[in-house]
Design a protein around this ligand. Structure first.
Ligand SMILES: Nc1ncnc2c1ncn2[C@@H]1O[C@H](COP(=O)(O)OP(=O)(O)O)[C@@H](O)[C@H]1O
Ligand SMILES: [Mg+2]
Length: 330
């Protein structure tokens, strides 16, 4: 393990119990199903997939808002599963989260300055003057002005509010920032500004980002690694360049082909996804993706594909790892 590794997740799972009525056993919904990955300082791991694939569930586990059902999550070499309250409190300040909706994440009755000082007041013994100083400094770092300190959230645009949410998340000097669709609610023109700000802050503070998005184009220029998820499972996880240049999993290819590319006239492979996303309460046998997969063959209907090495990453797909069987396609 590299000394820059700041987080290790192993077989991380989150199951929800879904009531099915008075006379039935509740069903188990595997929102996150045995996912393993690491995060490194100064690096961005992008987590990508359609709505419902478990991205927010993963974000909540990493941000320690929720406890995993199974698996292990180590932050700075400390296991958080089963850790006591004191240990969790100490670890919590090292991981902060920014949500998609910048309107919901700020208290409308609290001035911005007070919102920025709050994490310091709650978690440190710093004096008031020092807290104010740090809040003003953070406003400046996220591109806001000193006079914004005494304003209320409704006086800001969506992009500015997201800057404030990012500033608040950084007040305790975390090492990991979980970004759950941080620009999805913003206009495209504003998205680029917030993405640039995030890149600047990552450099300045050596932050590790877990960057969650349903839109691959958002992370094309900023991700170091991309993990593609389908129904709670990682199906491909590779260095970003490799994944964008030569996507392997048929699901990754389909996602990429649905992503607009900015070069006019550029040709690209079109892969259409057929059918609906199956329910995670009753996932298909074998490979979860097989009912929608253009490459599906016999093994895919019965055997779960395990992650296999692929260059510097992994892919979980029978068609990629057993290409000789592709001719069996029924
Ligand atoms: N608290 C919960 N109780 C029951 N099911 C949940 C809960 N949170 C999420 N889920 C289910 O878990 C799956 C993954 O959800 P989520 O992590 O929000 O996906 P994403 O963020 O990728 O859209 C979905 O099927 C969702 O309905
Ligand atoms: Mg989500």
């Amino acid at each position: 393990m590299s000394k820059d590794t700041i987080l290790v997740a192993e077989d991380l799972s989150k199951h929800y119990s879904i009531p099915l009525g008075a006379f039935k056993e509740p069903a188990t919904l595997k929102a996150l199903n045995s996912t393993s990955f690491t995060l490194s300082r100064r690096k961005t791991l992008a987590v990508v997939g359609e709505s419902g694939c478990g991205k927010t569930t993963l974000a909540q586990l990493v941000a320690m808002i929720n406890q995993p059902t199974l698996g292990s999550l180590k932050i700075a070499e400390q296991e958080i599963v089963g850790a006591d309250k004191t240990a969790l409190k100490a670890l919590r300040s090292r991981v902060q989260i920014v949500f998609q909706n910048p309107y919901g994440s700020l208290n409308p009755r609290q001035k911005i300055g007070a919102a920025l000082m709050e994490p310091l007041r709650m978690n440190t013994k710093l004096g008031k003057a020092e807290c104010r100083k740090r809040a003003y400094a953070m406003l400046d770092q996220v591109g806001l002005r000193p006079e914004h300190f005494d304003r209320y959230p409704h006086m800001f645009s969506g992009g500015q509010r997201q800057r404030i949410a990012i500033a608040r998340a950084l007040m305790l000097e975390p090492e990991i920032l979980v970004l759950d669709e941080p620009v999805s609610a913003l206009d495209v023109s504003i998205q680029a500004q917030v993405l640039n700000l995030l890149a600047e802050l990552q450099d300045k503070h050596d932050l590790a980002y877990l960057f969650i998005t349903h839109d691959l184009s958002v992370v094309k220029h900023t991700a170091d690694e991309v993990m593609v998820m389908y129904l709670g499972k990682a199906v491909e996880h590779r260095p970003a360049k490799d994944l964008f240049d030569s996507p392997q999993h048929p699901y990754t290819r389909a996602l990429l082909s649905a992503t607009p590319i900015p070069v006019p006239g550029a040709k690209k492979e079109r892969v259409h996804l057929e059918g609906e996303i199956p329910s995670p309460i009753d996932p298909p046998a074998g490979c979860y993706f097989h009912p929608r997969c253009p490459l599906c063959f016999e093994s895919c209907r019965s055997e779960v594909p395990l992650p296999q090495p692929c260059g510097d990453g992994m892919v979980a797909c029978h068609a990629i790892t057993q290409p000789e069987k592709l001719s069996d396609t029924a």
